[in-house]
Design a protein around this ligand. Sequence first.
Ligand code: SAM
Length: 223
Amino acid sequence: MSKLIIVPTPIGNLDDLTLRAIEVLKHADVILAEDTRTSSVLLHHFGIEKKMFSHHAFNEHHTMPKIIEMLLSGVNMALISDAGTPGISDPGFLLIRECIKNNIDVECLPGPSAFLPALVVSGLPSDRFCFEGFLPVKKGRQTALKKLTVEDRTMIFYESPHRLLKSLHDFQLHFGTERKVSVSRELTKKFEETIRGTLTEVIQHFEKHSPKGEFVIVVSGLS
Ligand code: SAM
């Protein structure tokens, strides 16, 4: 029986690739990668020479039948994305759902993802939380924000540096100026930092220090 194994990869620090992940990548027949050029740097670093197939948001519908056919014929596959856990704001969900439909075994190794360390270091309640990923940029954005005004769990968002302030301002508008927030950037990397405070305070910080790098925003729920 072949298997699809989901393999989380580092979100910055290459030492975060687990020993099991290295073993799985070494032994898979094929590695499905979001960007084969990005992943070849990682694989090369660990001395893994393996055939890679590209599987990304723009070709996943097209490549799916072939991948399912290969899995059904006994080819073992590992799925990786550019960083973190596939399926978390990255391709993976559609393929996993299709494998389950076809009775193909799916396994996910535990490993890096940006939202969990950001939640834990935020100091905001981590017993109940919701992951919102990237907010819609235009259509559906206001509806999503409106729904979240009554959310009482800690909320986690991914954001790009050039939209960080726009999102923080939108949160201020919908959740109020005094709502607690924690913004983590460049997790596991050289310039990792976390800025905590009220939305007003954190906005002031990023108005003085222009946002650079990758960001996770963690917002306190309605209390
Ligand atoms: N699959 C990934 C995961 O498991 O976290 C997420 C991929 S998503 C395309 C990329 C977003 O994740 C970035 O825009 C940022 O919001 C967040 N992210 C990824 N790496 C990060 C890091 N080192 N520090 C902070 N945020 C990060």
